[in-house]
Unconditional design. Sequence first.
Length: 164
Amino acid sequence: MILAGTDTSAGTLEWAMSNLLNHPEVLKKAKTEIDEKIGLDRLIEEQDIVKLPYLQNIMSETLRLYPVAPMLLPHLASEDCMVAGYDVPRGAILLVNVWAIHRDPDMWEEPEKFKPERFEKEGEDKKLMSFGIGRRACPGSGLAQRLVTLALGSLVQCFEWERV
């Protein structure tokens, strides 16, 4: 359990920093948000995350483009059902390709682009499935999102980043 939580969080943080370094205008906007809402006299804390919607949008966009588990954990059909027009017999294993869903042009505008602003639109975050959905979703998703957002905010706040 510890390995799953640390490895996935570290990978997500690495993708988030890569995205910020490749999009310096987004990094600048995140730094400005932190400086304006937190200030320069103290470090970001967990309770500050709710005051930083753009930083949260960066995390959502990172999870959309680079989900921790691109193929969600397998599910077993407990009864005959239909999924996306296909008959699925009881006992079949279902694999969900969340990577493809998050890049579907029917669901997302410019799905290949890193655009945290897309999550400013009401309800866009409801389309994210990075941690699965429903009762089989990752039990650590809330902790992971807070932890990685806090770590990313700390990195943005405490260092001056640029590509070499």
